[in-house]
Design a binder for this molecule. Structure first.
Ligand SMILES: *Cc1c(COP(=O)(O)O)cnc(C)c1O
Length: 222
């Protein structure tokens, strides 16, 4: 497994598109992530607050760190000073805490809203109805230190490509709808974060602007 070659292969595949590669370095040691860094990669994603904070401390400061995993309200404070993008926001309660920590750190924190698209009950996320309720909420409208940059979703873990395609299409439709219908200062929809190692090709066909790739870059986690 040559990490630099894997990154180059993905970047070549994405060349000429508006989709960016977000390598997911979760569970991998700093030494391996540095191989990617030294090949020019400057964005990485992690799914646990503690690992994200530790790697931020240890690694070069020109890295953009993305949080992609489920985020608990009481842990926002540990990543608020530096996180570039939180992909996995799924409640008003969490947004209010991110906003509060944004104010404390004098920065606007970029977020994606995670939408539940999979045919599984275990994956987090808002329903379409909850998403529109959120945009209508007066408390939400008053949040000054967050910026909603787009949507994130995880498809069902299945070999059925038609099902994955349907789920990504569903999310892309919501994304395009919001882009034109929601006009609020803290909503600026540009990013659609869909696609992982197993399904990124289907995600790109459905308008992904960020593919989150772990296994295909860093190898299996088991
Ligand atoms: C682990 C993870 C990924 C990457 O998964 P791979 O299948 O290893 O590419 C993407 N998104 C999230 C939210 C993850 O937790």
């Amino acid at each position: 497994m040559n990490i630099a070659e894997n990154i180059k292969r993905f970047n070549d595949e994405l060349a000429g598109t508006t989709c960016r590669l977000i390598p997911i370095s979760k569970t991998k040691p700093v030494s391996l992530i540095m191989e990617a860094y030294n090949s020019g990669q400057r964005i990485f994603g992690e799914n646990k607050v503690q690992d994200l904070a530790d790697k931020y401390e240890e690694m070069p400061k020109d890295i953009e760190w993305h949080m992609v995993g489920h985020l608990q309200t009481n842990k926002v404070k540990y990543i608020a000073p530096f996180v570039s993008l939180i992909h996995s926001v799924d409640s008003l309660k969490l947004l209010k805490e991110i906003n509060k920590q944004g104010i404390k750190n004098d920065r606007i924190i970029s977020c994606l809203l995670q939408i539940h698209i999979a045919d599984e009950t275990t994956k987090f996320g808002l329903s379409e109805t909850e998403l529109f309720q959120l945009f209508d909420d007066n408390e939400f409208k008053q949040l000054t230190n967050i910026n909603i940059e787009g949507l994130m979703g995880m498809a069902t873990y299945t070999d059925d490509e038609n099902q994955i395609d349907k789920e990504f299409k569903f999310l892309q439709t919501i994304f395009e709808n919001i882009k034109t219908s929601i006009k609020q200062p803290n909503v600026n929809m540009t990013e659609l974060s869909i696609g992982m190692s197993g399904d990124y090709k289907i995600a790109i066909k459905n308008g992904s602007t960020m593919i989150r790739i772990g296994t295909d870059i860093f190898g299996s986690r088991y």
